[in-house]
Design a protein around this ligand. Structure first.
Ligand code: ADP
Ligand code: MG
Length: 590
């Protein structure tokens, strides 16, 4: 018996549509992409019942010729590529010629359009077939597509749709993805006849601020990397502002909204321990590569891309993020106003006053220069070591004086011999004394220009095993802040130490050296330095259980505000928690 038969075209289309059209949001994505490809400057979207009942998208793009309508809804029919090589020089979103045919095969579609040289027409399609075509004048060029009753004829697909609320939410996401990527296009959206957003052309960050709440925008730091074949551009949040879910993140590759676990990991790793565990930053990142280094044709709904050289992408993004955070950190230390407390209005007006140089590059989205005045310490090569140290000392004093004036606390208490409680007029800060101090010391050790060293009046002699001595001397040259001298077979002499260790006695250093040398990690040259610093920081920091003098607490609070990286400890846990009005209101369910 003959069991194999060819499926009718209508069923083939419906099956194929399953790849492109998953839910109303996928229709919206395809329609917006087509409008952008048609060079629209104004895009207006309306949905009813999350787009399940109706999606209508109107644009002012170049329109469709009447004679193209049939082809427009055919499979694999496109005006965007002619040969396979075109895929590698692609400038448009579309290239498969699949979206409209797929959408039309699972819904009722009405199309109105007009080009510059025609008067306009209206076409109606049911189950992918044109059922009516008539003239319908329209004042200016553009296209309107109405999609009704998605999956109405295919209950098996319709039952996979989620609630109206969820589907609406998915549509919002898609709308926002494009609105953020194209701030020069005006976007409007209504849902069930109620206006959701009306966005006129503006600067990139202002567009973001129209979409995200102030909290997700106010501490954004610009980032930029300009390689020959790879550019990374965008904004990431200050480590101080993080979220318990990955809520505020937008990634674009070749200006396409996509997801990429590789890039997400690179971003998170770029924050290193500056981010609390299980916390996420907000970010908007645009990655642009030479077109033959990325394949945009790997996902049915084009939601993912494939990179030629994943390692390069990971390394570049991670280091761009970490360097930008580092730079921001130096800047915030040399300015009177900490960046994190920067007023959002100032931030916005500063953006508004930036000139057109924050447009263009990858479709008019470019990192602005930070609004914070840059006062990085100049490093003058002709100064002697002592002069430089003196210069740093004077500067650090200035920085600390500035920071002090920014810390108007009214009282300080120690709680349970573990926490420092700082009262301000409008907030309470609780600091984990050991974790915070440990990270502050680590930061001091890692930042040469913040590290003050002291030649000991009575150098300290330490006994070490012979083989341990070899190891120590091999790596000690990479260690900042310490000078150690060889003194015969079993002895070393510690002559210079960071100032914060000057009061420590022989047994402290003996224990320190023993711990470092016996730590397995320190056997690896690349681990030695970090093990050394971490051990010093941990041993020298005040412990939980230590009763602190008021001056010690004051110094710790000041240092913590200077070394903002110390807001998380060496293990990524928070070192400081702030309870302002917002947090207290939440605690008391107000
Ligand atoms: P693709 O975008 O991959 O070419 P689509 O099925 O999305 O495939 O669209 C088919 C064709 O219809 C496009 O190549 C384009 O020529 C035309 N088209 C679709 N939407 C619009 C629009 N809003 N304005 C102008 N032309 C459009
Ligand atoms: Mg398309």
């Amino acid at each position: 018996m003959k069991r194999i038969h060819k499926l009718p075209l209508s069923i083939i289309s419906q099956i194929a549509a399953g790849e492109v059209v998953e839910r109303p949001a996928s229709v919206v994505k395809e329609l917006i992409e087509n409008s952008i490809d048609a060079q629209a400057k104004h895009i207006s979207l309306s949905i009813f019942q999350g787009g399940i009942d109706l999606i209508q998208l109107e644009d002012d793009g170049y329109g469709v010729d009447e004679e193209d309508v049939e082809a427009m809804f055919e499979h694999h029919a496109t005006s965007k590529i002619k040969q396979i090589e075109d895929l590698f020089t692609l400038k448009s979103f579309g290239f498969r010629g699949e979206a409209l045919s797929s959408i039309a095969s699972v819904s009722k579609v009405t199309l109105w359009s007009k080009t510059a040289n025609s008067t306009g027409f209206e076409a109606v399609l049911k189950s992918g077939k044109i059922v009516s075509m008539k003239s319908r004048p329209r004042s200016s060029a553009g296209t309107t597509i109405k999609v009704e009753g998605l999956f109405q004829e295919i209950p098996a697909r319709k039952k996979f749709l989620k609630s109206v609320k969820t589907e609406t939410h998915h549509v919002y996401r898609v709308f926002e993805d494009f609105a953020v990527a194209y701030p020069n296009i005006s976007f409007q959206m209504t849902s069930n006849g109620v206006l959701h957003k009306s966005l006129t052309p503006t600067k990139p960050l202002i567009r973001v601020s129209q979409i995200w709440p102030p909290l997700a925008v106010e501490s954004l730091i610009p980032i930029e990397f300009n390689g020959k074949d790879l550019q990374v551009l965008g904004f990431i949040s200050h480590p101080h502002t993080s979220f318990s879910r990955l809520k505020y993140s937008k990634l674009y590759v070749q200006n396409r909204p996509v997801t990429s676990s590789l890039i997400h990991k690179a971003i998170i790793d770029g924050y290193d321990t500056m981010l609390e565990v299980r916390k996420f930053p907000s970010y908007i990142l645009k990655v642009s590569l030479k077109s033959d280094c990325v394949d945009v044709n790997v996902h049915p709904r084009k939601l993912e891309v494939k990179f030629d050289d994943e390692r390069l992408i990971y390394k570049t993004i991670r280091s761009t993020i970490s360097q930008s955070l580092q730079k921001q950190y130096v800047e915030s230390m040399t300015t009177t106003t900490p960046v994190t407390t920067q007023n959002f209005q100032t931030f916005k007006s500063d953006l508004e006053s930036t000139t057109s140089n924050d447009s263009i590059r990858t479709n008019n989205f470019s990192a602005r220069q930070t609004s914070v005045p840059t006062k990085v310490y100049p490093t003058s090569p002709n100064l002697s070591k002592e002069q430089k140290q003196l210069q740093h000392l004077v500067k650090e004093e200035k920085v600390q004086a500035n920071q002090l004036s920014a810390l108007p606390y009214s009282s300080i208490y120690q709680l349970l011999k573990m926490y420092i409680v700082v009262l301000y007029e409008d907030k309470v800060e609780v600091i984990d004394q050991h974790a915070a101090h440990e990270k502050i010391l680590l930061e001091k050790l890692l930042n040469a220009h913040q590290l003050h060293v002291q030649k000991l009046i009575s150098p300290i002699t330490i006994e070490v095993q012979n083989e341990q001595k070899t190891l120590l001397f091999e790596h000690i040259k990479d260690i900042q802040g310490f000078e150690v001298r060889d003194f015969g077979s079993h002895t070393i002499i510690i002559e210079t130490v960071p100032t914060f260790l000057q009061e420590k006695n022989k047994s402290f250093f003996q224990e320190l050296i023993d711990t470092i040398i016996s730590d397995q990690d320190s056997l690896y040259p690349q681990q030695f330095t970090s093990t050394f610093y971490k051990t010093v920081a941990c041993k020298a920091a005040v412990k939980a259980g230590d009763v602190l003098h008021i001056d010690e607490m004051k110094k710790l609070i000041e240092d913590l505000h200077v070394f903002q990286k110390a807001y998380t400890c060496c293990h990524g846990r928070p070192t400081i928690k702030t309870f302002g009005q917002k947090e207290l209101d939440i605690l008391f369910s107000r």
